[in-house]
Design a protein around this ligand. Structure first.
Ligand code: ADP
Length: 322
């Protein structure tokens, strides 16, 4: 293998640039040429490739988003689109590829491996932390800290006005962000897809908090935790209990910003491990970090198995909300 490609795909996440940088510099150090594929799978189909040397990734470590850009590609969902992408990779002499993205990107990579036998390894780039085979994904820690900062500010207003706030955080079908910021932000209630709750039960906890002398409450709602999100939960809580709450949906601010040290180090390590894995002949695997060790998980397993939240942390959150 003389030349490898690297691309980012799906939702952007802080730390993706640190991963690209690690791929470029580790690859170069190992005597490889590194090609950046812009706009994910769409760029692979369009042949949107750029040569990347160590200086081209200077000053990217601290930047949010992805310098290679990212996109969602409908064309890649078709066999014809994937055949075009594979041909472009071959024509460019690319003998192995690093995919930085979430589960959708891994599904696409798996198809390219199976249908066209292109060696591909993946690094988990998503704020949601919802990928099996790694304790944490690149971008999760930054998103948690961004959401926490917002919650701390809202807590000031909630306390000053003695109000209930419903704060919706991202996470798609998983509650990792909600659980982490719920504990770190001292939420009275955390609503997770992994443990669906009713508006009635939520209202009961808020009422119990009030009866114990709490004058304000923060309810952290994972976006997949309640049908219709925080807005719907606040409405239903009001309907069943009369409790009036304000709603804040944090939204895309959680996806941007300079990555934390934890995300930069994780991305650096995983990016480098991707190059090592390709050189060792690996393909069709996701690279993760489990208990501080690099772990390889087949794409199929990474997308099909579900990583559960830490139930002990969830119980702790409830105890500490007393
Ligand atoms: P993420 O990687 O963040 O989960 P998406 O789910 O949007 O993001 O996936 C990114 C891209 O991966 C899609 O736009 C599509 O091009 C490709 N992809 C996703 N799922 C598949 C699939 N089942 N088969 C082929 N390509 C896929």
């Amino acid at each position: 293998m003389k030349r490898i490609g690297v691309f980012t795909s799906g939702g952007d996440a802080p730390g993706m640039n640190a991963a690209i940088r690690a791929v470029v510099r580790t690859g170069t150090a190992q005597g490889l040429e590194v090609v950046g594929i812009r706009r994910g799978y769409q760029g692979m189909i369009d042949g949107d490739f750029i040569e990347l040397g160590p200086r081209d990734v200077a000053n990217t470590l601290q930047r949010g988003g992805t310098v290679l850009l990212t996109a969602r590609s409908k064309e890649f969902m078709t066999p014809e689109g994937r055949a075009k992408a594979a041909q472009n990779l071959r024509d460019a002499g690319i003998g192995g590829v690093v995919c930085i993205g979430g589960d959708g990107s891994y599904r696409g990579a798996l198809k390219l491996v199976e249908e066209h036998h292109i060696p591909i390894v993946g690094a988990p780039g998503t704020i949601d932390n919802d990928l099996y085979g790694t304790d944490y994904t690149i971008g999760f820690d930054t998103a948690v800290n961004t959401a926490l900062d917002a919650i701390d500010r809202i807590r000031d207003t909630a306390a000053s006005h003695e109000r209930v706030f419903f704060i919706e955080v991202m996470g798609r079908h998983a509650g990792f962000i909600a659980l982490e910021v719920g504990i770190a932000g001292g939420a009275e209630v955390i609503v997770l897809p992994e443990d669906p709750t009713s508006a009635h039960a939520c209202a009961q906890v808020i009422e119990a908090s009030a009866s114990k002398g709490k004058k304000s409450s923060i309810v952290v709602v994972a976006e997949g935790g309640y049908e219709g999100g925080a807005e719907a939960l606040a409405r239903d809580v009001k309907l069943c209990s009369g409790i009036e709450g304000r709603v804040t949906v944090l939204g895309h601010i959680q996806r941007g910003g300079s990555p934390t040290a934890i995300d930069r180090v994780l991305a650096s390590r995983l990016g480098a491990a991707c190059v090592d894995a390709l050189l060792a002949g690996a393909s069709g695997v996701a690279i993760g970090e489990v208990n501080d060790e690099i772990r390889l998980t087949p794409f199929k397993e990474a997308v099909e198995k579900r990583k559960d939240i830490n139930r002990r942390k969830y119980e702790l959150a409830k105890t500490l909300a007393l």
